[in-house]
Design a protein around this ligand. Structure first.
Ligand code: C2E
Ligand code: CA
Ligand code: CA
Ligand code: CA
Length: 279
């Protein structure tokens, strides 16, 4: 299965693991995983490239099978996207991330938004906008403290309804970010159609930038494009001080990556916030 070929880091997933099976079967697996608390979120900090001030956290999903094997999101998100499971997973992720961010707010950090990855398939759900607004109301999180990261590929095949949903979410005050910028097909056309507030440069360019002049030119061009359109720009996958200095020279706004921090558990976020004393 897909799970068996990919989940090698902690040993192969065995028969009790999440196997694609039928569509309804995988949705059932996700429901069970939620009930058994096999799913969790980790949060990776983002910071201003120049001042290093914390600007937010991206929520990333984790799935620990009952035998301890970690199933990577690169595996289970595409599996969920094959069917209805993505709606369960997406809603769980949104609610859990909003609960966490509402906690940061109550702990005295008002300006720390959470970014949540939204699958293209979630935009097919006609109830998406109501669900998102319901989760904000339920958790008490202000709309301005939620960002949704959209992939370009998801934008490419966008229907009129999906675009309208994005306009409504933006209208409600939720901020939209175009994820993995530069890896899709439709970047420039998409920018004119979708009300995003920032672009996120994919880590493949960031990581190649120091060695490869073409990658460096692409990073510079994306920063210039974003700023010309009055958009923010975030670099992901920043691992070294050298990469940070390049981004600073290129006037990129925000960075995310192992240089700043690995994704953190809820406890890790608490420690990180306390050390940063951003109050
Ligand atoms: P992404 O949205 O592009 O997220 C960034 C990925 O890069 C994350 O991998 C993160 O852990 C990793 N990363 C962060 N800093 C560094 C670094 O300095 N170096 C390197 N090499 N990697 C870094 P992760 O957590 O395995 O997630 C993989 C992908 O799975 C994400 O890519 C996203 O597309 C998807 N994903 C994760 N969680 C969710 C979710 O809740 N919903 C949806 N729809 N997709 C998710
Ligand atoms: Ca992302
Ligand atoms: Ca990426
Ligand atoms: Ca991605």
């Amino acid at each position: 299965t897909v799970a068996n070929t990919h989940a090698t880091s902690n040993g192969p997933a065995n028969g009790s693991g999440a196997q694609a099976g039928s569509d309804a079967g995988f949705a059932e697996r996700v429901r069970d995983a939620i009930d058994r608390q096999e799913l969790s979120l980790v949060f990776q900090p983002q910071a201003d490239v120049v001042t290093n001030r914390l600007t937010g956290f991206e929520a990333l999903s984790r799935w620990r099978l009952s035998d301890g094997t970690m199933l990577p999101p690169d595996v289970f998100v595409p599996m969920a996207e094959q069917g209805e499971a993505i709606h369960l997973l997406g809603e769980w992720t949104l609610r859990t991330a909003c609960v966490a961010a509402a906690g940061w707010l109550r702990a005295g950090y008002p300006d720390i938004p959470v970014s949540v990855n939204l699958s293209a398939r979630q935009l097919d759900d006609p109830a998406l906008v109501l669900k998102v607004l319901g989760i904000l109301a339920e958790t008490g999180l202000p709309a301005a403290n939620l960002k949704l990261e959209l992939t370009e590929t998801s934008m490419f095949s966008q229907t009129v309804e999906a675009r309208e949903a994005l306009v409504q979410l933006r209208g409600a005050g939720i901020r939209l970010v175009l994820d993995d910028f530069g890896t899709g097909w439709s970047s420039l056309a998409t920018l004119r159609r979708v009300p995003v507030e920032a672009l996120k440069i994919d880590k493949q360019f960031v990581q190649a930038m120091v060695e490869d002049r073409d990658a460096a030119a692409i990073v510079q061009a994306v920063v210039a494009l974003a700023h010309a359109l009055d958009l923010g720009v975030v670099a992901e996958g920043v691992e070294t001080q050298e990469q940070r200095l390049y981004l600073q020279a290129y006037r990129c706004d925000v960075l995310q990556g192992y240089w700043l921090s690995r994704p953190l558990t809820t406890d890790g976020v608490g420690d990180f916030l306390a050390e940063r004393s951003v109050i």
